[in-house]
Design a protein around this ligand. Structure first.
Ligand code: CU
Ligand code: ZN
Length: 182
């Protein structure tokens, strides 16, 4: 009598555990499939009147990165995903270094050897507006290397795509956190 009660209780517990494991797997899948699009709203760091939006859209051959930024000085500006989604510091330093989960060397978006966060440069026109559209095969909105929750930083100078570890792009003039978009 006692043994059958124990077996009954155990099988009941097993059923609960199994069900919750299934729920968790389903939730995880849902979280992974939700992020077809992400957005980053940029704000200028201290003393920089910069604004802009970067969108990231998943496609079969990579992530389409589209940028529209205002208030830059004319010319090229280093443009990266950084390792922390923290733009709280006045100079943007809280965003940390380049997003580099594979521990690679710094490069450009067209290089095989690059940080995942190396998006290259934005080029602003005479009015300070920079628009860009690039399909990036190295970044992802899901999985272990998702860029969601990290930050985008724009720099005062051009990224030379060679100098280690950051392309010698100078001060951080704008920062924004990457979040899931509809
Ligand atoms: Cu940077
Ligand atoms: Zn880099």
């Amino acid at each position: 009598m006692k043994t059958s009660k124990i077996i009954l209780t155990l099988s009941f517990l097993c059923a609960i555990l199994f069900a919750s494991a299934q729920d968790q797997a389903a939730l995880q899948m849902e979280a992974e499939t939700i992020a077809q699009k992400a957005i980053c709203v940029l704000h200028g760091t201290s003393g920089n009147d910069i604004s802009g939006i970067i969108t990231f859209t998943t496609s079969s051959s990579g992530v389409l990165v589209e940028a529209d930024v205002y208030g830059l000085t004319p010319g090229k500006h280093g443009f990266h995903i950084h390792e922390f989604g923290d733009c709280s510091a006045a100079d943007g330093s809280s965003a940390g270094g380049h997003f580099n989960p594979e521990h690679m060397k710094h490069g450009g978006p067209q290089n095989v050897v690059r940080h995942e966060g190396d998006l290259g440069n934005l080029e602003a026109d005479q009015t300070g507006r920079a628009r860009m559209s690039n399909l990036d095969p190295a970044i992802s909105l899901s999985g272990p290397h998702t860029i969601i929750g990290y930050s985008v930083v724009i720099h005062a100078q051009e990224d030379d795509l060679i100098s280690q570890p950051t392309g010698n792009a100078g001060a951080r003039v704008a920062c924004g956190v990457i979040g899931i978009a509809k």
